[in-house]
Design a protein around this ligand. Structure first.
Ligand code: NAD
Length: 448
């Protein structure tokens, strides 16, 4: 599905019209291509007095080949990274104003803003927790204000004491600074202090990992299979038998293996477990992506529509998790990523069944992630917003246009944007990020 308006505004005539009429101006987003430098320009790193992260982050960035800028000598930056962990009182928030105010127009298109803080629950006093919580308002507003494809995120990093900088902070920084996070903005990400393993090559962060992707025959799932394989994974791609040809085409392209299975079949979890056990002996990453919609307002919805959506989108995920965990097929250090939706956050007219199932996915992450932490398995969810797929192509024109424009990027995301975000949550290096819900919605106004 192409966004003709977004293509038009890139032309000379389009630019003139957008300017004259004050129309939405979707920028061309910087997306990841293997071999790209992490950022296409210098990065300005700042810190509040007493910050605990600026020094290790400086080392991470330097090792990643990033040029750290001197603000006196450089006018334009590819990213602004600010360590706010030293802010222990609301009066000290002024330091963020002092850092960001002069740079408000200094970011290159598709620039990045990353603010690092301490989770309020880990703060030493109510005043510190208050000031740290305040950071969310700043980053979300910057995401809405800076425009031109700039993204802004808050990363809360659990104090890690003498344990060394968590690898997950490095993987999260790399994701957020790179073109992989093109359509992720206004998010709060929590990095724990748990163990995670850095890859030998950050361009192949999933090297040798066995990854299951459900619903892989088309749309987001097919993009996922391609991204994961590109990043080094051995992909097990699952979809219904009716989608067998499309699934085979994806698998032939990436060199993975195909499983034709209806996830709602009573024996689906055991058949899947047996396939994974005999072919691979394990599964390092499970991505629950398969999903369906059966829209109708509640009063007109028959019970079948309700049951099928809850079963595919939520209950099947629970059944599969149970069997794979029972049989110890997900080893310590494994990751599970579930696909939710902003409909599960905001609700949606005509989608009571779908929104219930997708809110349930968020509940699954909230309730199961702490339990899985004991087995060193991470569990996170992504919530896509308006993504250009067959699903959104079927929407009525006005609704589709509203969905595309009502976000900080003034455009819909692409399946690859969701795929890159899920990929990052699946990296062994991201293992200490767990219990998070990350929206891939261009900072949609829905449910914000
Ligand atoms: P899609 O319809 O293009 O693909 C979904 C895939 O899941 C299909 O290949 C389908 O055959 C498969 N599937 C459905 N039921 C199955 C079952 N019982 N067993 C095995 N496979 C089954 O959808 P998409 O747009 O790529 O969406 C992927 C995920 O992202 C879904 O969970 C969806 O709810 C979610 N999502 C999509 C958007 C969007 O804008 N497209 C927004 C928010 C969330």
């Amino acid at each position: 599905m192409t966004d003709r308006y977004a293509s038009f505004v890139q032309t000379g005539a389009g630019r003139a019209l957008v300017k004259r009429l004050g129309l939405p101006d979707p920028p061309r987003l910087r997306r990841h291509t293997p071999g790209d430098p992490l950022v296409p320009g210098p990065v300005l790193l700042g810190s509040a007095t007493g910050g605990r992260l600026a020094e290790p982050v400086g080392r991470i960035l330097a090792a990643a080949g990033v040029e750290l800028a001197d603000p006196a000598a450089t006018a334009r930056f590819a990213a602004l990274v600010y360590d706010a962990t030293g802010v222990t009182d609301s009066t000290e928030l002024r330091q963020l104003y002092d850092f960001f105010h002069p740079q408000a127009r200094a970011l290159l298109p598709s620039g990045r803003v990353v603010v690092l803080g301490t989770p309020p629950a880990d703060c030493g006093s109510p005043r510190e927790a208050t000031a740290q919580r305040a950071l969310e308002g700043l980053t979300r507003s910057i995401g809405k204000e800076f425009g031109r494809g700039v993204t802004a995120q808050l990363v809360y990093v659990t104090p890690y004491g003498d344990a060394g900088t968590p690898v997950s902070l490095e993987s999260t920084l790399r994701f957020l600074l790179s073109g992989r996070s093109a359509y992720v903005s206004g998010q709060v990400i929590r990095v724990g202090a748990g163990t995670a393993t850095a890859p030998a090559d950050w361009d192949r962060p999933l090297d040798g990992q066995v990854v299951l992707v459900t619903g892989a025959a088309r749309g987001i799932g097919a993009a996922l299979a391609r991204v994961l394989a590109r990043d080094g994974a051995r992909v097990v791609a699952l979809d219904v038998p009716a989608a067998g040809d499309a699934l085979a085409a994806v698998v032939n392209e990436i060199g993975g293996s195909a499983v034709q299975l209806d996830l709602t079949a009573p024996d689906a979890p055991t058949r899947l477990a047996e396939h994974l056990a005999t072919r691979h002996g394990r599964v390092d990453v499970v991505v629950h992506n398969a999903g369906i919609t059966r829209d109708k307002t509640l009063g007109r919805m028959d019970a079948d529509r309700w049951d099928s959506v809850i079963d595919v989108n939520l209950s099947s995920q629970e059944r599969i998790n149970d069997v794979l965990l029972e049989r110890d097929l997900i080893p310590a250090g494994g990751r599970i990523v579930s696909v939710s939706s902003i409909a599960g956050i905001a609700g949606n007219r005509g989608q009571t069944n779908y929104a219930t199932s997708k809110a349930g996915v968020i509940g699954l992450v909230d309730s199961l992630a702490p339990v899985l932490r004991e087995r060193d398995i991470s569990l996170n969810a992504v919530a896509p917003g308006f993504i250009e797929t067959r699903l959104t192509a079927r929407m009525p024109l006005m609704l589709r246009e509203a969905g595309r424009r009502m976000n900080s990027m003034a455009q819909g995301g692409l399946p690859v944007d969701v795929a890159e975000t899920i990929g990052w949550l699946g990296w062994p290096a991201t293992g200490a990020v767990s219990g998070n819900l990350v929206r891939v919605c261009g900072q949609s106004l829905l449910g914000a």
